[in-house]
Ligand binder design. Sequence first.
Ligand SMILES: NC(=O)c1ccc[n+]([C@@H]2O[C@H](COP(=O)([O-])OP(=O)(O)OC[C@H]3O[C@@H](n4cnc5c(N)ncnc54)[C@H](O)[C@@H]3O)[C@@H](O)[C@H]2O)c1
Length: 256
Amino acid sequence: MDDRHVLVTGAASGLGLGIVEGLLQCGASVTMLDVDADQLARSAATVDPAGGTVTTRVCDVSRADEVHAVVTAAAAERPLDAVFANAGIAGGPGVNTPEGRVYDLDWAAFDAALAVNLVGTLATVRAAASAMRPVGRGSIVVTVSTAGLRADSMVGYGYSASKGALANLVRQAAVDLAPDGIRVNGIAPGPFHTNIGGRGPIDPAVEQAWADTVLLGRMAVRQELQGMALLLASDASSFMTGTVYPVDGGALAGAF
Ligand SMILES: NC(=O)c1ccc[n+]([C@@H]2O[C@H](COP(=O)([O-])OP(=O)(O)OC[C@H]3O[C@@H](n4cnc5c(N)ncnc54)[C@H](O)[C@@H]3O)[C@@H](O)[C@H]2O)c1
């Protein structure tokens, strides 16, 4: 990834931060984008730029105009080789809890999940494609979820619906952008230790419930997404577009 410039949304925490760390280790320069200015500054201070550079930009991806301006500005500084549309939120309790069931649907939480996970991702894809089109090449990687590829009782309606939509958005954008030399793929993580369920230690019962959903019997750490992220961002995936790749400890293969 030497001399490559990659932008990552939701870069201040969790999977986005892990992607940033993996890219930097392989020589890339990275623009870290996040809505949480304080956490973004703290996280950027912890990463080792290695041979590249680290730039931070504060932005709410659900505001399409804002993300367009920020991505355009980042690309003007240095052309973007890859963009990770990764920012996302949980958006309410799972349907395995009384308050997460459809009877008591929290419309505000549903709307929030769609605004960030779906609209925010489409806005990021649009901004990335607009920046890459003049160069005629680029890779866009969307963080989907195993919850977008099948039902999942541990998540709520907003998360399930938005991630399901993202799986098809990846295919649609791949069709649209292939003539412009831009590849679009998705990653479908299984359960990873991040801050999406809130900061602080995870409830052991919740951790066990997630672990029970995967064949490998445990949750993953953010470094375990780096291999797929690097593959899809780099020329090693030059013949890959339009597919969502699970990194899920076998969750989609197993029954639970
Ligand atoms: N953790 C998991 O097990 C898991 C599994 C599958 C998919 N995912 C997906 O991975 C992605 C990253 O989540 P994570 O688990 O690392 O969570 P996280 O909460 O640790 O990190 C998400 C980051 O996104 C940022 N963010 C939230 N809303 C934003 C907005 N409107 N604009 C810009 N930034 C925003 C947050 O500030 C945070 O830094 C999400 O799309 C999530 O749905 C996570």
